[in-house]
Design a protein around this ligand. Structure first.
Ligand code: ATP
Ligand code: MG
Length: 354
């Protein structure tokens, strides 16, 4: 029998420091490129926190992969350090509103994020207490633990109501907190998000707004160059980064996609036992990045949108002609797919309208 040891590699011929290219990696200052102006504006808006005063509430907009989440975290992290040197206790929490969509979940996550139970003696249960009980604990934690609290609400458009925004923006005025100030950094890639906000929330939450423009090919190249040491010296063919940058810029200047493509190109070389990441691997890497993005999109869709998509895919697979289908044909297939998922289909009228 083959010894399984033969199947393991003891060293990595391609990557020297692969985490630099992982999705959740937060790069250090020297690796953040091309966002000086946005960082300056954000620092300016939150600067009062260093003196223990209220920071401006900010809303960041921009297309996907333009560095919004990165800059919000980076500026908050720096703010915490500088304030600490000034003897002011600033803390920040990062909330992904795509995960925490309801008021209760968000209030819970914020309280949990700021809480140090050894210091406060307060516990934040996963569930089983009311929204107002979470708020009560949150205000107590903030007063005990921070001079200034920064709450980053990423993908803020996914919240199912404005209530948490109202609570956070009015906590001081309403006397919920006495020793602490709150600043909110809201992030969205939906430029129209503000239009559906309650007027009162809008006036307090949108004190400043910044739009992050897409990156051009040069900026994308610089972003990747600054992480080149993810690879061993000499393994990257010189054309790889420029090609990835050109492809990502052609779409809409998405840095996440560029970094993903670069990592995939390395993984392709690795899986083929090739010691060089070739320019020709970039095309395949792009397909993989696209499949990934598509999978993410589908994962985020509602079950019935997925069933419709599955129906269309099945029809296309089985069709020999021009891939145009009558609504009734699609609906029949959709009913079948719903049946396979033990789900009740929407009525055909609702189906046509939607
Ligand atoms: N200026 C930059 N310098 C270095 N890396 C960057 C820069 N901008 C973005 N990145 C990297 O690109 C990826 C995407 O950035 P980020 O998550 O901040 O995008 P985003 O604007 O929040 O996108 P989305 O709207 O999809 O959430 C991250 O891995 C981030 O580290
Ligand atoms: Mg983001």
């Amino acid at each position: 029998m083959t010894d399984p040891e033969e199947f393991f590699r003891r060293d990595d011929a391609i990557f020297a420091n692969k985490e630099l290219l992982e999705i959740n990696h937060l790069p250090t200052n020297d690796r953040i490129v091309g966002r000086d102006e946005e960082i300056k504006q954000l620092a300016n808006a939150t600067n009062p926190a260093i003196f223990g005063q209220s920071p401006s509430n900010v809303l960041l907009y921009g297309k996907t992969g333009t560095g919004k989440s990165l800059c919000a975290k980076h500026v908050s992290r720096t703010l915490v350090d500088i304030a600490d040197e000034e003897g002011i206790n600033v803390r920040y929490v990062y909330i992904d509103c795509a995960q925490d969509t309801t008021e209760t979940q968000t209030a819970r996550s914020i309280a949990f994020g700021f809480n140090d139970p050894d210091e406060t003696g307060i516990t934040i249960p996963e569930k089983g207490i009311s929204t107002s009980a979470y708020y009560k604990r949150l205000w107590e934690i903030l007063d005990q633990q921070t001079d200034v609290a920064i709450v980053i609400l990423d993908e803020i458009d996914k919240l199912d109501s404005d209530s948490i925004l109202m609570q956070l923006s009015r906590a001081g005025e309403a006397g919920k907190i006495c020793d602490c100030k709150i600043g909110v950094i809201g992030i969205s890639n939906k430029i129209k998000y503000k239009d559906r906000m309650d007027e009162r929330v809008k006036s307090s939450l949108c004190e400043r707004e910044f739009v992050f423009p897409p990156y051009d090919a040069n900026q994308l190249r610089e972003i990747m160059d600054a992480r080149k040491d993810a690879f061993h010296d000499g393994v990257l063919e010189s054309g790889v980064i420029p090609k990835v940058a050109a492809l990502a810029a052609q779409e809409h200047g998405d840095a996440r996609k560029a970094i993903d493509m670069l990592r995939y190109a390395g993984e392709i070389a690795q899986s083929r036992g090739d010691g060089t990441v070739k320019e020709s691997y970039v095309t395949e890497a792009r397909e993989q990045a696209e499949t990934d993005r598509f999978r993410e999109l589908i994962r985020g869709a509602t079950p019935h949108s997925r069933y419709v998509l599955q129906s269309l895919a099945l029809l296309s697979l089985n069709s020999e002609s021009d891939d145009q289908f009558r609504t009734t044909t699609i609906y029949d297939m959709y009913e079948r797919v719903c049946g396979e998922h033990a789900s009740e289909p929407f009525l055909s009228a609702a189906f046509v309208i939607s």
